[in-house]
Design a protein around this ligand. Structure first.
Ligand SMILES: [Zn+2]
Length: 128
């Protein structure tokens, strides 16, 4: 059951990584302020997991009531080079925030095994 939920989450989040120009539609998009303190910790963990460093303070954070990209509902979005949009209901969901952080850290919209692993990796289980 747990794996179905993870797969479902992965599929929902996939919409943020469409290669090439995406038609994005946000409902009630606004600047996220203050940025939750836990984000810098999640950023540090994500950097460590993908083995790339990128400045946390350069990120511009946004929150939206809903996110639709190319007709697909998403939990988060990364707008290159430094904008991250998180669906309001996902603001404290580590896997969603880390997923978008990894797009930013790698400056890539790739959805490979690494982004899936590192989105769910925590300090307790750093290597799988
Ligand atoms: Zn993505």
């Amino acid at each position: 059951m747990r794996y179905y939920i993870l797969l479902l989450l992965a599929l929902l989040v996939l919409s943020c990584g469409i290669v090439g120009p995406a038609e994005e539609w946000y409902v009630d998009l606004r600047s996220l302020s203050p940025v939750p303190e836990i984000y810098s910790e999640w950023h540090h963990e994500a950097e460590h997991c993908v083995n790339v460093l990128r400045e946390f303070n350069d990120i511009r954070w946004f929150v939206a009531q809903s996110i639709t990209i190319d007709g697909v509902r998403g939990l988060g979005a990364f707008d290159s080079p430094r904008d991250i949009i998180i669906k309001r209901s996902q603001l404290y969901t580590q896997s969603t925030v880390k997923h978008e952080l990894i797009h930013y850290i790698r400056q890539a919209r790739d959805h490979d095994a690494r982004i899936n692993f590192c989105s769910h990796a925590t300090k307790e289980a750093p290597d799988g």
